[in-house]
Design a protein around this ligand. Structure first.
Ligand SMILES: [Zn+2]
Length: 158
């Protein structure tokens, strides 16, 4: 473990920002793509790898904004794709599609995670501009923890 890491043996999720949970990357080089909402098509030009591949497909990756409480304080942390999959149990694309088909699924996900206990290792951001620590690893403390997608599928009977 690196020196800049911070281990939280016990913490709970207080809140998850359900308004924005992912962003799109090129599935070839993982370079960040502009959001589709500004008029681009699903298969758009990736400026990083366009010379290697004619039509890079895009995929979504997680970027969750979580409020996390320890016995001492509450802080906002960022949860990128790998640890987010531990919480969600599926890819960001799958959750995105589920939330399109099932209104309020993201709000339900946030409510489901609130109050759950985890062990986390946090890492300081590499960029000096970034203000929040990132979750490097996350382990649910409840032995009967089920990822969000399993809960959602039960809730929406899909
Ligand atoms: Zn690319």
């Amino acid at each position: 473990m690196a020196k800049r890491d911070l281990t939280l043996p016990f913490c709970s999720i207080v809140a998850m920002d359900s308004s924005n949970f992912c962003y799109r990357v090129c599935s070839n080089c993982e370079g960040i793509l502009p959001d589709k909402s500004n008029g681009f098509s699903e298969f758009q030009h990736c400026s990083r790898c366009s010379f290697n591949q004619r039509t890079p497909a895009s995929k979504r990756v997680y970027k969750l904004l979580l409020s996390v409480a320890t016995d001492k304080r509450v802080m906002i942390v960022i949860c990128f794709d790998k640890p987010a999959k531990v919480l969600m149990g599926c890819s960001a694309d799958e959750l995105f599609d589920f939330s399109c088909a099932n209104p309020f699924a993201l709000e339900a996900s946030a409510r489901f995670l609130e109050g759950q206990m985890f062990q986390m290792v946090l890492r300081k951001p590499q960029s000096g501009n970034a203000q929040h620590m990132r979750i490097d690893s996350i382990v649910p403390l409840a032995s009967n923890f089920h990822p969000v997608i399993e809960y959602l599928k039960k809730l929406y009977r899909t």
